[in-house]
Design a binder for this molecule. Structure first.
Ligand code: ZN
Ligand code: ZN
Length: 211
């Protein structure tokens, strides 16, 4: 699996261009994102934009990128309507209205997304930060795209926004500790390959309030 890490602004979420055809999250800086994508591929070769959850800092550029490239937009079914909610999407927090994204693909737990090279992303429903948050696991490279569910160093996603729920987040991280993860691609911060399974265990303890 080939991954290009793109981050185009201080408050923007991380984006990851996978195998030159799938983009995980888009950030908010549409111009900067388009520049970075087209350094690697032709825009028309982008097939899918997968949103890890409905928050504006991950999704704001999705509509325009989808229009320009023809890529389909995918998100978990429980976050699909929240994309358009100014408040729950956190768009209002950034001083904007939520973009009117109509997703093309509604994801569910256990779905598998073909990313080429005989590789696929498995959808793991990880509610808690938002109701329809997902993580994406690629088994061959043991990679986890964790959105805002877990971050390196044992950090966890906030659960104090509307739609957040700490006990759900704990249940979600319990799913993640069962995986064998070599590389963590979080929604914010640095990519990590340093004893990631241990880092996710620490996130579980953090979520449970055990220190
Ligand atoms: Zn975020
Ligand atoms: Zn978020």
């Amino acid at each position: 699996m080939q991954v290009k890490h793109i981050n185009t602004g201080l408050y923007d979420a991380n984006s990851f261009l996978i195998n030159g055809k799938v983009l995980v999250d888009t950030g908010m800086n549409t111009k900067g994102m388009l520049e970075e994508i087209t350094k690697s591929i032709e825009l028309k070769d982008l097939e899918m934009v997968i949103l890890t959850h409905c928050h504006y800092d991950h999704t704001a550029s999705a509509l325009e990128i989808s229009h320009l490239s023809g890529a389909k937009i995918a998100i978990h079914i429980n976050d699909a309507d929240l994309l358009k909610n100014d408040h729950v999407s956190a768009a209002s927090m950034f001083g904007y209205k939520a973009p009117s994204i109509e997703p093309d693909v509604l994801l569910n737990e256990g779905d598998r997304i073909d990313i080429g090279n005989d590789e696929e992303l498995e959808v793991i429903h990880t509610p808690g930060h938002t109701p329809g948050g997902i993580c994406l696991y690629e088994a061959k490279s043991r990679s986890l795209f964790s959105g805002d569910t877990v971050f390196p160093g044992g950090s966890i996603g906030r659960t104090d926004f509307e739609g957040g729920n700490r006990s759900q987040l704990t249940g979600s991280i319990e799913k993640l500790v069962k995986l064998d993860v070599r590389t963590l691609y979080p929604g914010h911060g640095d990519v990590s390959s340093n004893d990631v399974n241990r880092q996710i265990e620490l996130s579980l303890r953090m979520s449970k309030g055990i220190f």
